[in-house]
Design a protein around this ligand. Structure first.
Ligand SMILES: [Zn+2]
Length: 299
């Protein structure tokens, strides 16, 4: 591709990091309801999702179509085909120049197709954030999404139980939660465009939390933005179940408060105490209950 005489303005990207099962789809959709914001989900899978779909495996766009049949992604591929022999550009290429060329091209196609100006990338991968930050083509706002480790652990237990696997994963996953989130905070926490968002705050006060993030990209909350049922989304990170949940009103999930037994609560808490402290989560169950009640307006 020819090098333009003057470099185009950097693309504003809101990049979500965190531990998974922490509400990143919810957050992305609440942001993506804004007329200037496109929620791209785990967009780093762009090429793989198509290749898997072509190999006969199910890969859904959140609009309900397969990524191959979705008219939106068909338009995006057509736009990329103007500049690339293979429109399925590899966003995972770690060579900085290739990474920048591929990612900027896809982001610009997404923004041109939707008439929007900001991308939300919920890929969560650390190397990817690093490459985005090192490139002048992007202006990155980091949203670090954290959820109480015990809620995260309980959600692991739930799926392990369904899959008939042992429950020891609860502790190892909680340990990973702590390592990962403390590292993220240490590396990025002092950057000017870094926003720490607790899932619990997001679910209890979506308007306030989303407004706080939007300020980084100089936008304000719009009427109807948070009503997810009113908007259509085209990201291919979610599964069918997640897609069906989209129309439900936002509700803070508190099942872990009752479902975790005493031993799991106490041992898990002791193990990740520094992490809980760093992100403002009380150690005791009753104190946690009181904190959540105080977050929710109708308590
Ligand atoms: Zn679609």
């Amino acid at each position: 591709m020819a090098v333009p005489a003057s470099a185009p303005a950097p693309i504003p990207v809101i990049y979500v990091i965190g531990s998974g099962r922490s509400g990143s789809t919810l957050l992305g959709q609440l942001l993506g309801g804004h007329s200037e914001v496109f929620y791209a989900g785990e967009v780093y899978n762009y090429r793989n999702s198509h290749l898997h779909a072509r190999a006969g495996r199910e890969r859904w766009c959140s609009c309900g179509e397969s990524v191959e049949d979705c008219t939106f992604w068909t338009e995006i591929r057509a736009r990329l085909a103007e500049d690339f022999d293979d429109p399925l550009v590899d966003l995972k290429d770690r060579d900085p120049a290739t990474f920048e060329r591929h990612n900027a091209a896809l982001f610009r196609a997404l923004l041109a197709e939707t008439g929007r100006s900001v991308i939300v990338d919920a890929s969560k991968r650390h190397y990817r954030l690093d490459l985005l930050l090192k490139s002048d083509a992007f202006e990155v706002t980091i949203v670090h999404l954290v959820r109480d480790a015990r809620a995260y652990g309980q959600s692991i237990l739930k799926t392990r139980h369904k899959a008939g696997r042992p429950a020891s994963a609860y502790y190892t996953k909680m340990w990973n939660w702590q390592q990962k989130n403390l590292a993220m905070k240490a590396i990025y926490g002092r950057k000017p465009r870094y926003e720490l968002v607790r899932y619990e705050e997001l679910a209890a006060d979506p308007a306030g939390t989303v407004s706080r993030i939007l300020r980084h990209v100089h936008l304000g909350l719009q009427e109807g933005q948070l009503d997810r049922a009113r908007h259509s989304f085209h990201d291919f990170s979610g599964n069918l179940r997640a897609r069906l949940k989209n129309v439900r009103p936002v509700r803070l999930q508190t099942g872990y408060l009752d479902k975790l037994n005493r031993q799991r609560w106490a041992l898990g808490t002791a193990m990740v105490a520094p992490g809980l402290l760093a992100f403002g989560y009380p150690f005791r169950r009753d104190a946690t209950r009181r904190q959540l009640a105080a977050l929710t307006p109708d308590g």
